[in-house]
Design a binder for this molecule. Structure first.
Ligand code: GAL
Length: 729
């Protein structure tokens, strides 16, 4: 039997595949894993009474006589929070310096009477018409040089000092009025930072940013290799703001500039809010782009917040279970903390090519999966569609007549369930001893020059995530996705870096020290090709990690067909039809103690019998490099071997279709399991011990239940159970 000590120290691993009940028995024991993990490094906001349920509500769009009916319907659906105000600038400040907050006072007070707390949005994503007509210089300019007009949102220039001053003015007024309002629990800054500006003033700021970074033009010219194509700059003012491509060094620095500019845009509002609000009110922003957009570095922007929140939309199609799991884990990694889903779809959206609705039960399953991966609040967008405006077709909880839509009872059920699990969920988080490494520099460097258009980084990350998530899930754990340049790595046993393209000397030293101390690092293809200036590392890949790996990449190839993979002496137990596609790197050991784990078979090709994967022991750990993208069964094999070697049991698999998400309290004493049947048929699992299902219903069909005397739980399609060990109070 596996025990907690084995999990911590990597000994006494079972060789045989345990049965599923045995596997679940581990889940009872694993609370003993060191639960302090990676969650204690930031100023953290802990959501009281999580999970919260709510919606975006726009009282300014409706007659006040309607508000009470809306809030009553929300209360009946067990809502505990609404987000309001983020597009209401013209209602709060109808003309310059003329403020009208009485309506907002009444809306917040009425919400309180319905036991619904408020997150206040600062309205800076949608400046009012008086502002943009009086100060047209605050309007953004797009890549082609066209200035935005009024009539949409996001029409402002994020770098414009006057716009920032006007933002600070409205935010100051709001903070003075609501910074100590007991029914306002937090603040959302703006809304989904999205569009940059390419105006002349922004270009001058970019040049200043580069001047501060590089100090001298000679330094900049050297790092960007501007001798190439006669790009050498002799004055800072010559440097372009790249709108349509350019030198890779310039393009990477533009991403850094965009990040720094959104960060200072946000900081302007944080600095206005912070002295005027109570410490119990959090500051967040809702991150859009389905979490994956790479306009700016999400680790950097969220570092200044108290709480991460994101907008989780499925869009067209249906819940993609592994992808949604990965995206939630990705979001949790930005601050290594629980987060909120500030917006999600009540059935459908209006912006996909086909705006189909999620199936009955799917909206609830999506919400529970988010909670299972670390969400502490779920808010729907939106409560009710405005009668006019650009989003009339978007999914909503009530219709244009103000009566519930068919999705209402499903969301109401979720609300009732959230109230049942609150005390068990308090202070719990997913816990991981496996991490995937991800940085925006690497993302940008590859996407600027993909070399093979089929090298899609979200897909590559997902391909690596799936087997690791399965291994973690069957051990009662989770997978973190973190930026290794800033995250503490001490609590992980296995680090996997699928496309860590940019590795500088500092990161290489950190990873090498971690390996020597007993960690296990598997680098994936394209790792360490570039330095922090997007220049090629002269040692070849993996750059400054070549001495630690004792090997380097001789040559990389974009593949237009697949090639065979074999493992010498079949130490990895690969299937005979193992293949690799899209990308292949031929490795070459430079150290006698580096062993080859995989080779390509490619008769008459460059890759024939070249090493595809190598490993070397280093200190108390090991470092491996996998130079290709294997088929899913082969990648599963490789990652299970890596996990096993890192002291993580990888011999069992979690069941298909039923997901088990575990959250553990900070002291490791309490845990709960969120069990979701993502399939379209009723299914059962047998538990090794007795749990209580907090969602158990007394009446109705014999599904969704866990009887007090049996240990089998039967879940209908999209069914959910929330289990706590019977012995746990
Ligand atoms: C989000 C946005 C909301 C709403 C929603 C519709 O990106 O923050 O304001 O537009 O999309 O899906």
């Amino acid at each position: 039997m596996l025990n907690a000590s084995a999990l911590q120290h990597g000994v006494a691993l079972p060789r045989a595949f345990p049965s599923y009940p045995q596997l679940l028995a581990f889940l009872l024991i694993i609370p003993l894993i060191n639960a302090t993990a990676t969650y204690a490094q930031n100023r953290a906001y802990t959501t009281p009474n999580a999970p919260l349920l709510g919606a975006a509500w726009y009282p300014e769009q409706w007659p006040e006589s309607r508000w009470d009916a809306d809030l009553a319907l929300m209360e009946q659906a067990h809502f505990s929070v609404v987000r309001i105000g983020e597009f209401a600038w013209s209602a709060m400040e109808p003309s310059e310096n003329h403020y009208e907050f009485a309506w907002l006072d009444r809306a917040i007070a009425l919400a309180a009477r319905h036991h619904i707390a408020v997150v206040l949005g600062t309205p800076t994503d949608a400046p009012p018409a008086w502002l943009t007509s009086q100060y047209p210089q605050t309007l953004r300019v797009d890549e082609s040089g066209n200035r935005a007009q009024h009539g949409n949102r996001r029409q402002f220039s994020y770098s414009n000092p006057l716009y920032r001053r006007l933002c600070a003015d409205i935010v100051r007024q709001m903070a003075r009025r609501y910074g100590h309002n007991p029914n306002v629990i937090g603040w959302q800054i703006g809304n989904e930072y999205t569009d940059e500006s390419f105006d002349a003033a922004t270009r001058a700021q970019f040049q200043q940013f580069l001047h501060e970074k590089y100090k001298t033009l000679a330094n900049l010219n050297a790092h960007w290799t501007t001798a190439y194509w006669s790009q050498t700059y002799s004055a800072w003012s010559q440097i372009p703001l790249p709108a349509h491509g350019g030198n890779p060094g310039l393009l990477l620095d533009h991403k850094h500039f965009v990040t720094a500019t959104w960060r200072s845009f946000q900081k302007n509002q944080i600095d206005t809010l912070r002295p005027l609000i109570t410490s119990s009110q959090f500051i967040t922003t809702n991150i859009g782009g389905l979490a994956w957009s790479d306009n700016w570095d999400h680790y950097a922007i969220t570092a200044d917040l108290d709480l991460v929140s994101w907008d989780n939309y499925v869009g067209q199609g249906h819940l993609d279970v592994p992808k949604n799991a990965m995206l939630n884990d990705f979001v949790r990694g930005w601050r290594r903390q629980n987060f909120w889903v500030m917006e999600t779809q009540p059935g459908s959206v209006n912006w996909a090519p086909v705006n189909n609705a999620l199936s009955p039960g799917e909206t609830r399953a999506l919400a529970w999966q988010d909670v299972g991966h670390g969400a502490d609040a779920i808010l729907y967008w939106q409560w009710r569609s405005a009668l006019n405006g650009q989003e009339q077709y978007h999914g909503a909880i009530v219709g244009p007549d103000g009566k519930p839509n068919p999705i209402y009872p499903e969301i109401q059920q979720l609300g009732a369930e959230f109230t049942k699990v609150r005390s068990a969920l308090a202070g719990t988080s997913p816990l991981a001893n496996i991490a995937l490494l991800h940085t925006y520099d690497s993302r940008w460097a590859i996407d600027l020059q993909p070399h093979n258009r089929n090298y899609e980084q979200q897909q590559v990350l997902l391909d690596f995530y799936k087997p690791l998530e399965n291994i973690a899930e069957s051990n009662g754990g989770s997978v973190d996705i973190v930026d290794p340049t800033t995250a503490q790595l001490n609590n992980y046993k296995l680090l996997v870096a699928p496309s860590l393209n940019v590795i500088d000397d500092t990161l290489a030293a950190k990873l090498t020290a971690w390996v020597k101390a007993g960690g296990h690092l598997l680098l994936g293809p394209r790792s360490g090709m570039k330095d922090q200036f997007n220049s090629l590392n002269q040692q070849r890949q993996p750059g400054p990690l070549v001495p630690s790996l004792g090997a380097r990449v001789e040559q990389y190839y974009a593949l237009d067909r697949s090639v065979q993979l074999v493992s010498p002496s079949n130490s990895l137990h690969l299937a005979a039809d193992s293949t690799a596609a899209i990308w292949a790197e031929a490795l070459s050991p430079v150290s006698s103690d580096t062993s080859v784990n995989l080779e390509y078979i490619d008769p008459q090709g460059w890759l024939d019998h070249q090493p595809a994967m190598v490993t070397r022991s280093l200190g108390n750990g090991w470092i491996s490099y996998l130079g290709t993208l294997p088929d899913s069964a082969t990648l599963d094999r490789i990652l299970r071997h890596a996990a096993q070697d890192a002291g993580i049991d990888s011999t069992s698999a979690s069941p298909n279709g039923i997901e088990l998400c575990r959250r553990v309290s900070g002291d490791g004493r309490r845990s709960l399991l969120i069990v979701i049947n993502h399939t379209s048929k009723t299914d059962s699992i047998t538990l090794p011990a007795r749990y209580r299902n907090l969602l158990r219903r007394q009446e109705g069909p014999p599904t969704d239940r866990l009887s007090a005397t049996e240990t089998t739980i039967t879940l209908p399609a999209q069914g959910v159970a929330v289990l706590v060990p019977e012995a746990q109070p």
